[in-house]
Design a protein around this ligand. Structure first.
Ligand SMILES: Cc1cc2nc3c(=O)[nH]c(=O)nc-3n(C[C@H](O)[C@H](O)[C@H](O)COP(=O)(O)O)c2cc1C
Length: 263
């Protein structure tokens, strides 16, 4: 939190204090110039300004951060290189720094190493993808068939993310009118992990072409949890600034301004 330091380094402004009417007239005439002079003096002494209570992020860091956003990709093609032991745990820890409604931390991350469970997820993908292909318009079907929409065969690390729809943690704060915020929170955690992974040179691929009930059964988790997605993690075969779907002509990104509505 940024706090503004006055006096001896603490925010000494009192909240909710009622000023007598004559004091506000006096303040209007004398207060502002006096305050300005006092502020100038304090600034000279280094006593005014946002108090640095955490790391300071400079221009170089901001530029790097933007590059990280630009170079994050959904990855479906992985190298066989294993992910170093402990790194997935570090990424899952980073994900848990995400914001969550009422601080409910409703995400549940299920790492999947068991070949039989992976095979069951893969079978669900095959079935759902075949169904999706069958549902494509005539002009799109051939293009859809050419897409690679999951790295389930190659990704060395795989995990699923669920959201607990009614977590006791957080005491329901923020969810009364928008129960879907538990899902939003879990997605925030995924995005945090996605960026953190990219910072380690790892690629993450989101697989949603799945039957949620089949995945819950394959992973033996509560059927009441909301399925967020299944994720493939590993070192990417290549890196790119342009999304794969754009490179393959399926879709293209639009300028940010085309999604902004001003009222
Ligand atoms: C909710 C969600 C579900 C997605 N599901 C899939 C999927 O099943 N298969 C796939 O190949 N990509 C999937 N993606 C990745 C998107 O296709 C990808 O984010 C988009 O094309 C933009 O590319 P980029 O992430 O590289 O910027 C999904 C992404 C999101 C956010």
């Amino acid at each position: 939190m940024i706090s503004f330091a006055f006096g001896r380094g603490r925010d000494t402004r009192r909240r909710g204090r009622v000023r007598p009417a004559n004091q506000s007239r006096w303040a209007a005439r004398h207060g502002a110039p006096l305050f300005a002079r006092a502020t100038e003096w304090r600034r000279t002494c280094g006593m005014v300004g946002p108090r640095a209570t955490g790391p300071v992020f400079d221009d170089a860091f901001r530029a790097q951060l933007l590059e990280l956003f630009r170079w994050r990709r959904d990855v479906r093609r992985f190298r066989p290189t294993p992910v170093p032991p402990g790194l997935l745990d570090r990424l899952l820890d980073a994900a848990s720094l995400a914001p969550s409604v009422g601080l409910s931390e409703p995400w549940r991350m299920v790492t999947v190493d068991d070949p039989a469970r992976r095979a069951a997820v893969r079978a669900s993908f095959e079935a759902c993808n075949a169904q999706a292909l069958a549902g494509q318009a005539a002009g799109q079907a051939a293009a859809y068939a050419r897409l690679k929409l999951a790295g389930l065969d190659e990704a060395p690390c795989q995990f699923a993310v669920f959201a607990k729809p009614d977590p006791g943690q957080g005491h329901g704060l923020g969810r009364a009118t928008m129960p879907e915020t538990t899902v939003y929170s879990a997605v925030m955690a995924v995005h945090t992990l996605w960026l953190a992974a990219r910072a380690f040179g790892l690629g993450l691929g989101w697989v949603s072409i799945l039957d949620p009930a089949a995945v819950a059964e394959a992973l033996d988790v509560s059927p009441g949890w909301t399925f967020i997605g299944y994720f493939c993690l590993g070192y990417p075969q290549s890196e790119d600034k342009v999304p794969e779907l754009e490179r393959l002509g399926w879709e293209q990104r639009r300028p940010a301004r085309s999604t902004i509505i001003r009222r």
